[in-house]
Design a binder for this molecule. Structure first.
Ligand SMILES: Nc1ncnc2c1ncn2[C@@H]1O[C@H](COP(=O)(O)OP(=O)(O)OP(=O)(O)O)[C@@H](O)[C@H]1O
Ligand SMILES: [Mg+2]
Length: 215
């Protein structure tokens, strides 16, 4: 599948518009990754697959994320892009693309990430956030990465007075990998405490008067 413009990037993956259908995008995992190693206070550039093997016990984040999404209950699935499909490169099965729809606002613009959008002043939006958090706890699908710096969710303006969060990166779910700096997080109650405290920080940062201007 031919890819077009890059529309987003994270630490491990780039996201491109699909060339002949820009309403779709595809995530592609990068060959190399640069990460800070906290206890050693240094940055290391490593093969992404090798790094992920240590971090997640597997080497392809697209496969991992696709598997997680497929297990989502409807209550969470409704906050994801509509279509999600894992494509495996026929000539190299190690290479995958995670294809998804790109949500649009009611006025036709592609929805912005929360990081780009900034603070959100919309009651419905924050009710949706609480519903997501509640479902994550109920189904034991907590992600400490979704409610964080705002890069992993979009603010979709479905109507002038109704915004919805759309989760676009849910690879980081569960307590699978014990945290070196915070070993107490292997205990469920400690993990829950950390989740709620992150959620509060997220609200403190993003709940408030809007700075984004629309024409
Ligand atoms: N369906 C989508 N529609 C619009 N933008 C998207 C979509 N999926 C991903 N993106 C954009 O691409 C960026 C990179 O994707 P993603 O967050 O999955 O990469 P990552 O490397 O796994 O992230 P991280 O740095 O959080 O570990 C996202 O932050 C988001 O801005
Ligand atoms: Mg991300």
């Amino acid at each position: 599948m031919k890819l077009g413009d890059k529309i987003g990037e994270g630490a491990y993956r780039d996201c491109f518009a699909v060339a002949d259908n820009p309403d779709l995008c595809a995530k592609v995992q990068r060959e190399m990754v640069t990460r800070r190693i906290p206890i050693l206070e240094i940055s290391l550039t490593l093969k992404t697959r090798l790094f992920l093997l240590f971090r997640y016990g597997e080497t392809d984040l697209n496969r991992r994320e696709n598997r997680i999404i497929n297990k989502f209950p409807t209550v969470l699935r409704q906050y994801m892009p509509e279509v999600i499909d894992l494509r495996v490169d026929p000539s190299d099965p190690e290479k995958t693309q995670l294809v998804a729809t790109r949500p649009r606002d009611f006025d036709g613009q592609y929805s912005a990430s929360m990081l780009e959008y900034g603070p959100v002043d919309n009651e419905a939006f924050w009710e949706h956030v609480d519903k997501i958090a509640e479902a994550m706890v109920e189904y034991d699908l907590i992600s400490t990465d979704v409610f964080f710096r705002g890069q992993n969710l979009l603010v979709q303006r479905v109507a002038k007075d109704h915004y919805r969060p759309v989760l676009v990166d849910v690879k980081h779910i569960g307590r699978a990998v014990p945290h070196v700096r915070k070993p107490q997080l292997i205990f469920k109650n400690e993990f829950l405490k950390a989740f709620y405290s992150k959620l509060e920080d997220f609200k403190a940062k993003f709940k408030g008067p809007e700075t984004r201007k629309f024409q």
